[in-house]
Design a protein around this ligand. Structure first.
Ligand SMILES: *Cc1c(COP(=O)(O)O)cnc(C)c1O
Length: 392
């Protein structure tokens, strides 16, 4: 392994976790499809099986390609340890189910990712785990709920799809006062823009499917944090089996090498597009934490290095205008997913909150006329021209 200390993030995206395969001298991580790993004698087999020697036993537990992916994300989040999952939702559900027991309590926000909300509202209560979802931007309410006692504070920032910002440092302090663990879903920000562990969080979750992979061709999830906690969650995942596959790990790894390049461009592009939309008469509201009119702008400035590539906006013409506008875009895939090299556009009803009923979306304050726009790596001028003709 190379000495990577003091590297800047862009260099770390390229080099972290990479090591030359000693048998073939290949410069790229080998995609090891073998399900099991064989040994020539009992003693060396037992040493690996019992963790005294490094190595692999069975693919549900560990895999060499997957290990490179885990090391890269661990490095980028500056964590002691990392583990991986088949999807982002597997990372979310495995982490919560590992760390919670009956009669425990979770405090979270109303605006978490749709799938995560489902875990809070449908799955955890079945196991007698109490969940309180607070108004995302009401920090006083969240602090009050935390102070009543809880085991986990679960946060996301910026949120999906209205880009609300929560003060991670402030809420981590409140959580630690009552001995609770703080988990942050950092999918939207990416480690390029925000490192929750440095802000006081205990664990960071990623849907690697989005920006980390960046090419919309592989699903994956990751968890980063202290060795003991990550090991505990890994132990649960080993048994319940939401393991990341080697091919997906390879695609995610390849994507991550350009993560810094992509995200820095997307930050800049999203900022310019948000400003453009903000001044357009057909647009009634723009949600982007980089706008100084955004209610979370000051917190975002404090805890983020860039404001990200996600934004959303409402069309003045409402739901019908949104339906007419979407197919007129030439440079956008109308699809779920986000964080890819292509621009992606869609309303919450088919994207972030597809799992929710219209009533549930209304309760979350999510307008049916909202357009979520994930800025790709196209030239900004082309994206603005495309928006211009579609809005005209
Ligand atoms: C997509 C997403 C998830 C879930 O990830 P999958 O890989 O689709 O399971 C979790 N959190 C956020 C913020 C997401 O955008």
């Amino acid at each position: 392994m190379k000495n990577l200390k003091d590297l800047h993030t862009g260099s770390a995206c390229v080099w972290a976790g990479e090591s030359r395969d000693p048998s073939h001298r290949a410069t790229q991580a080998a995609v090891v499809h073998s399900v099991s790993f064989g040994y020539d004698d009992f003693d060396s087999w037992l040493d690996v099986a019992q963790g005294r020697a490094p190595g692999h036993i069975y693919g549900r537990n560990t895999n060499p390609t997957v290990e490179v992916f885990e090391e890269k994300i661990r490095f980028l989040e500056d964590a002691e340890a990392a583990t991986s999952f088949a999807t982002g939702m597997a990372a979310v559900s495995n982490t919560l189910l590992t760390l919670l027991s009956p009669n425990d309590r979770v405090v979270s926000i109303k605006d978490s990712y749709g799938g995560t909300s489902k875990v809070f509202l449908d799955i955890l209560p079945r196991f007698k785990i109490n969940v309180t979802l607070c108004d995302t931007t009401d920090h006083k309410e969240i602090e009050l709920e935390i102070a009543k006692g809880c085991q986990i504070v679960y946060l996301e920032s910026p949120t999906n799809p209205t880009l609300k910002v929560v003060d991670i440092e402030r809420l981590a302090r409140a959580a630690h006062d009552v001995g609770a663990l703080v988990i942050v879903d950092n999918t939207f920000a990416t480690p390029i823009n925000q490192n929750p562990l440095a802000l006081g969080a205990d664990l960071v979750i990623h849907s690697a499917t989005k920006y980390l992979g960046g090419h919309a061709d592989a699903l994956g999830g990751a968890l980063c944090g202290p060795r003991d906690l990550v090991k505990k969650v890994f132990g649960w995942r080993e048994i319940t089996g939401a393991t990341l596959g080697p091919m997906a790990a390879y695609l995610l790894l390849r994507g991550m090498k350009t993560l810094s390049l992509r995200v820095r461009h997307q930050n800049e592009s999203a900022g310019r597009i948000a400003a453009y939309l903000n001044s357009h008469s057909a647009v009634s509201a723009v949600y982007y934490p980089g706008l100084d009119t955004h209610p979370g702008h000051e917190i975002a400035k404090k805890q983020m290095r860039g404001f990200g590539g996600m934004l959303s906006f409402e069309l003045a013409g409402g739901f019908e205008a949104m339906k007419a506008f979407l197919p007129r875009l030439n440079l956008a895939n109308l699809t779920a997913n986000l964080g890819a090299v292509e621009t992606i556009v869609g309303p919450p009803a088919t994207t972030s909150h597809v799992e929710c009923t219209p009533e549930e979306r209304a309760k979350l304050g999510i307008s049916e006329a909202l357009v979520r726009y994930s800025v790709g790596i196209e030239d900004t001028e082309d994206l603005i021209a495309d928006l211009e003709q579609a809005l005209a």
